[in-house]
Design a protein around this ligand. Sequence first.
Ligand code: CA2
Length: 181
Amino acid sequence: MGNGRGRVGVPRVPGGWPRRRGGDSVAQATPAEGAMTRTILILNGPNLNLLGRRQTDIYGGDTLDDVHAACETLAGTLGLRVDMAQSNHEGALIDRIHAARDDAAGIVVNPGGLSHTSVALLDALNAFDGPVIEVHISNIHRREAFRHHSYVSQRADGVIAGCGTQGYTLALRRIAVLLDG
Ligand code: CA2
């Protein structure tokens, strides 16, 4: 079953993920547009700035800078660029997702605690046309019941949970597959 957006599984069209606004192919794009389509936004929600500094028993010892470095290294091998962002503010996260409509080809998102509460974040992601992979460092299904549901999962093309910070690089690999078709 799809997400109501006409995308079920891996897209089969040449050139990868269906483009919005008339469906320009990569071959038709200008160099500037081509570069734009290969940037992946890695968006982190509230409290993830503390990663590696507190609660290392749950989230591990890597900092967000470590995650950024690992993603940048991998992205180079995948022909992608990454733009890493974190905010403790729901509105700022929503604004960044809106901007991603014009400056990112895909989104890797760890919404943090907002996963379990934010319809507004879901609405913002529903306005983004590229692939979205949701990441949770911890296995939310093995934790408190209130963490078992994520609003964002209704939009996500894939969900990775419980793989530690490796989940971010796994998500990047999946986005590369989805974009390249
Ligand atoms: O497992 C995940 O990645 C979570 O998205 C992390 C959220 C939590 O609310 C979700 O249920 C699962 C919490 C992020 C807080 O991150 C911290 C990291 C280190 C120290 C304190 C908080």
